[in-house]
Design a binder for this molecule. Sequence first.
Ligand SMILES: Cc1cc2nc3c(=O)[nH]c(=O)nc-3n(C[C@H](O)[C@H](O)[C@H](O)COP(=O)(O)OP(=O)(O)OC[C@H]3O[C@@H](n4cnc5c(N)ncnc54)[C@H](O)[C@@H]3O)c2cc1C
Length: 107
Amino acid sequence: MEQNTHTGRWWGADDDTITREAITTTAAVFPGIPRTVLTSRVSRRDPALVVRPPGGYAALRAFNARRRTADPRIQLAGDYFGPSSTYGALRSGEHAATRLLEHLSLL
Ligand SMILES: Cc1cc2nc3c(=O)[nH]c(=O)nc-3n(C[C@H](O)[C@H](O)[C@H](O)COP(=O)(O)OP(=O)(O)OC[C@H]3O[C@@H](n4cnc5c(N)ncnc54)[C@H](O)[C@@H]3O)c2cc1C
């Protein structure tokens, strides 16, 4: 693991240090988070690969805008259509269902 990368600098840190850093960093965005953490598990994955390339979210935004109207009878959902998370996948399904219902009510 290269020491000059973000992952390389953190790879050898113990789980408690990584957890503390993750909670501190997350608290900058969600201030109440530290009070809610009951337990944690650090998972080190090697190799791990971020599949979306630089600029990929801009291309995805354009694609998402197009597919709203391209053929409203075909609606796709899943974590591909936003940042990968179970919540993103769920919201994507809800959006797809909403678009489909809107289209069907217009028929
Ligand atoms: C290691 C790891 C850790 C993660 N940790 C978190 C986390 O902590 N929190 C979080 O929110 N998210 C996490 N995620 C992301 C989260 O798991 C995904 O974003 C979410 O599961 C995506 O849901 P989905 O329904 O879009 O796709 P999936 O859950 O991948 O479901 C797609 C389904 O389609 C099936 N399928 C594929 N091709 C075909 C085909 N041709 N025919 C029929 N079926 C097919 C697959 O077998 C699969 O069951 C993690 C993902 C990974 C890999």
